[in-house]
Every structure is written in C-alpha cells, then in structure tokens.
Design a protein around this ligand. Structure first.
Ligand code: ADP
Ligand code: MG
Length: 252
C-alpha cells in the first residue's frame, strides 16, 4: 500500500539561535492510508516541529515530505496553503476559533473556502459531522458558551469538514481535564474508525494507547516504535500497560 504521507531524512535547524539549534536530525516516516499514528517523546524532543514540517505549516531545512505523492517541499506558499485547506485537517491544543462567529460558522468557514463551488454540499457535510460528534445542539452558541470538550469536538468537525486526506493533531487533549480527554479521544477514535488517516502528537500515554502505532522521538530522532493494532475498548487496559512499559524502556 502506498503511504499517504512519506518523510525522508527530514532535518530542521533553527538559525535564529546562536549556535543554531538542530531540532530534527533526519527523520524517516511513512504513514499508510487509514493509519492512526501517535508521536511521543519528552517535552522539547521535536514533536511539534516534526508535525509542522510534515503538514506544511513549516518548512524543513532539508529532506522531503510528500502527501499522496505531492512533494510539499516543491510547493510555493500559495500552493501549500491551498493543499492544507483542501487535503489536511488540524486539531490543536487550543481551538483558534473566531470569537465573533458561532460554533457552526467556525466549522463551516474553512470548508466553504476549500470548496467554493460546492457550498450546499459543505453545509450538509458540516451539519452531519456536528450531529455525529454530538455538538449539533450548540451550533448557534458562541465559543465561550460551550465546554472545553465540546470546543475540541468542534475542532474535530472543522478538521474533517473539507474531507481531508490526513488529519494532524498536536496535543489535542493538552488543555483538557480527564473527563473531557476521554470525550475527545473517543471522538478521535471515531475519526479513525471512519477511515481517516490520523497523526497525533501527545505526551499522554493513555491517549497514545489508542493509536495503531506509536513512534518515540528523542532529540529530534525517531528512536523506537511500537505497533499496537486497532484499538478496542476491551483491550484498553492491556494496551495502556504495554505503552507504559515501552515508554519506560525509552526513559519517558
Ligand atoms: P515538543 O513539541 O516535543 O515539546 P518542539 O518541537 O516544540 O518540541 O521543540 C523542540 C525544540 O526546538 C525545543 O528545544 C525548542 O526550544 C526548539 N524550538 C522550537 N521552535 C523554535 C524556534 N522557532 N527557534 C528556536 N528554537 C526552537
Ligand atoms: Mg509540542
């Protein structure tokens, strides 16, 4: 199976510091269609930098990234922005919603921009997503009138609204309490079950235990990986134990 995303020998060095900081030291990565990959590692190990470089939010210093065969490193800024809008979904620790728009309009906006010639379809799709992720009833609310878990489920709807090839999440539960974390991880598991390809950065072992595969970053290099297979509620506990043991061997 051809990978959806492929990274080869990715490096990232920040020249703004003296001496320059090498944050990624030659990362190779392949993500297969429908895979749920988690990226773990200590704080400062380069997880976010890797996510930004493979999703076109930042440019690597060297190496190659391709999504469905399109070489991101060859795209200019406009083409990159277009590809991000149409082919990638993003979920961050914070939702980055516009305060003057309702929850529903925040979800709709990028989808309408991505498919300007199919606006009616986008509206239907967004309403179905909001129904599926249990936030249809708060669609008209302002962004301060919903819970953190609802806001993050809205971010997930926004990420899926343009039917992206791949969804990227950076610490999607990083600002949530444990009940909301369970709620949002349930939603992300549902995204994966729906067939989406998902790459999630997290420092939470119980969240990473939901993934098919976990890679471990140390000082900007992938030093280990763990294959877990598809998550089911029945083996949640066994997976978490395996995760914790694996993390311990990596000094987490
Ligand atoms: P993680 O997400 O694993 O916590 P990051 O990818 O955010 O790690 O950061 C990795 C390292 O890169 C850190 O040491 C951080 O200080 C450094 N770094 C991140 N962004 C910049 C930047 N714009 N300029 C210089 N150093 C940076
Ligand atoms: Mg980070």
């Amino acid at each position: 199976m051809n990978p959806v995303l492929q990274a080869e020998q990715l490096t990232k060095t920040y020249l703004s510091t003296d001496p320059p900081t090498q944050v990624l030291g030659g990362v190779d990565l392949a993500v297969t269609p429908g895979e749920f990959l988690a990226v773990m590692g200590a704080s400062g190990s380069g997880k976010s930098t890797l996510l930004y470089c493979i999703s076109g939010m930042d440019r690597p210093t060297s190496g190659r990234v391709s999504i469905e065969g399109t070489d991101l490193t060859a795209l200019d800024d406009n083409a990159m922005a277009r590809l991000r809008l149409t082919s990638m979904g993003f979920v961050f620790q914070q939702a980055f919603f516009l305060g003057n728009l309702s929850i529903r309009d925040n979800i709709l906006l990028p989808a309408l921009k991505a498919t300007p010639k199919a606006q009616a379809e986008a509206v239907v799709r967004v309403d179905a997503l909001m129904e599926r992720f249990g936030i249809a009833h708060v669609g008209s609310h302002g962004i301060t009138e919903v819970s953190g878990g609802q806001l993050q489920r809205a971010s997930i709807c926004r990420a899926l609204a343009a039917e992206p090839t791949i969804v990227f999440a950076d610490e999607p539960t990083g600002a949530l309490n444990s009940a909301m974390t369970t709620e949002v991880m349930g939603a992300l598991t549902e995204v994966h079950r729906g067939g989406s390809t998902l790459v999630m950065v997290t420092h939470a072992p119980d969240c990473a235990a939901r993934a098919d595969r976990v890679i471990y970053l140390r000082d900007g290099e992938v030093v280990d990986s763990l294959s877990l297979g598809t998550w089911t509620a029945d083996d949640a506990e066994a997976r978490e134990i395996a995760m914790l043991e694996w993390l311990r061997t990596n000094g987490f």
